[in-house]
Structures are given as structure tokens and as C-alpha cells.
Design a protein around this ligand. Sequence first.
Ligand code: F6P
Length: 324
Amino acid sequence: MKKIAVFTSGGDAPGMNACIRAIVRGATYHGVEVYGIVRGYNGMIKGDIIPLNSQSVSNIIQRGGTILKSARSKEFMTSAGRELAYQQLKEKGIEGLVAIGGNGTFTGAEIFYNEFKIPTVGAPGTIDNDLFGTDYTIGYDTAVNTALDAIDKIRDTADSHDRVFFIEVMGRDSGYIAIECGIAGGAEAVMIPENLTPISEIVSILEQGISKAKSSSIVVVAEGDEEGNAQIIAKKIKESINRDLDIRVTTLGHIQRGGIPTAFDRILASRLGLGALEGLLRGEKNVMAGVVNNQLIYTPFHDTITKKKPVSEDLIRMVEILSI
Ligand code: F6P
């Protein structure tokens, strides 16, 4: 394999640049020409493909976002769009791909591989940490720390005003961000899609807090929770609780996607980027590189998108015990 391309797709995540850097520098080290596809699958369809070299990725390891930009491509979901993408890659002589992204990215990559057989290896880049086949995804650690910083700040004002805060964090259908920043932030309760917590239980946790003279409470809500978003949950609590609570809601939103990647994310991204690249050069295809129990492994795209990675029961239990 002499010519490959790398792209980022789906929601951006801090550490994607460190991953691009590792792929480009790894390819250069192995004497392979490397290209960057701009704006994910959309750029593939349009042929927006640029040459990269060691210097193109200088001074980016510390930057959030992605220098290759990202998109969620509707056109790539059509077979006509994928045919156009294939023609562009063929024309430019691209023999292999490294895809950095999450669920949607690998769903597209699997279909594309089955149709056109261009070897593709993925690197898991999403703040959601929802991919089977890796203990951690690139960007997750930074997102948890960003959310944690916000929780700590909200705790100050909550405490000054004796308020209850519902803080909504991202994660799509996964509760990973919520559970970990909830534990680290000392939340009174965490609501995640993997573990249904009825409104009545939150009411009783808040009432217990009042009876113990707790001046403030924090409830972290994962955006995918079955009871609804934080606004809806706060409204339900107000209607169910027999107290005059001063409740506020904060939705952290896209702040969780930006910022300087933590050391953990930079190292993970470098390891996964190089792992994906070297896997591709060794003949791996239709798989995602991941780190499980500190070992680099490759998992078929199909498993990464269809198998569940459950939030550990230990963590769920820990929230219950430590918030009393
Ligand atoms: O997958 C990353 C993520 O940030 C999710 O946590 C969130 O649900 C979604 O993307 C938001 O997507 P968008 O930026 O397209 O609104």
C-alpha cells in the first residue's frame, strides 16, 4: 500500500488532531503517501482531498477540533453518493483509508467497504465513549473533565443559594459522560439511559438531603435519559415534590466537544492513530483499532456498531452509596 487517506467524521472530539498527526507521521515513517479528506464523507464525494506531510501536522497535538473539519453526510447514506466517493478515491489512487469517528462513521465505513472493498481501519473518536471494542474513545476524557469543571463551578453557586441544579451532559444514548463526571463531581444523583431512575427515587434522594441539612444538590442528567431532558425532569420533580425547592437547570451542550485535549486523550489518540495506520499497512480491514485492558486490539466495524458497551454496574452502585 503506497497511498492512503485519513478523514474525521461525525461529531468532533478533542484529540482528533493528535490522532491525525500520528497517522500522518506514521505513514511518513513507513514511506507511505498520505492525504487528508476534508469534511469527512462529504469531502470524499466532492474530491476535497489534500496532500499531507509531517509539517502539515506540526503544532496541532494540543488543539481541540479537527484540522480536517468534520460533517455528518446525508449524501453518503445513498448508494449514488458512495459511488461518487469511490470514483474520487480511485481517480486519486487512494488504496486505503483511516476513518476517525464514531458510530455513524463506522456504519458508513462498513457499508462502503462491503460495496467497494477499499481497506479501511477506524480510530474511535467521539466524546460519547459508546463504542464496543475500546475501553475509551478519543475525546471522552477531555469531555468528562470539561463537564466536571462546569459542575464544580455550578456547585459553588448552588451552595451559596441553597439550590438544586439539574445539569444535562451529552452522550447521545450513552450515560458514560454523566456517570463519570457525576462521581467525580460528587453528584447527589445521576440519571443515565442504562439504569432507569424513576422520578420518585430522585424525589426521595432530594428529600433525604434536605432532612440531613444539605444546602445544595446536584443531579447530573445524561441527555439520552428515558425520563426526558433536564428541563423535563426538573419540571416533573417540581410537580412531585412536596417542598418549595429552588431549582435551576443547566445544559452544558457543545462546550463538552471543544477545548485542549487532556494528556490522556493525546496519548490515547496517538496510540490509536498509529495503531489504525499500522494495522491498515499490515492488511487489517473493516475493523476499528481500540485499547482494551491496555492492549491494542482490532474489532470488526460490525461489532463496534451493533454490540453494547454497558456502563459498569460498579460505577452505578458507587453513585448510590457515595451520595448518601
Ligand atoms: O456524538 C457526539 C455528540 O456530541 C453527542 O453527545 C450529541 O448527542 C451529538 O453529538 C450532538 O450532535 P450535533 O453536534 O450534530 O448537534
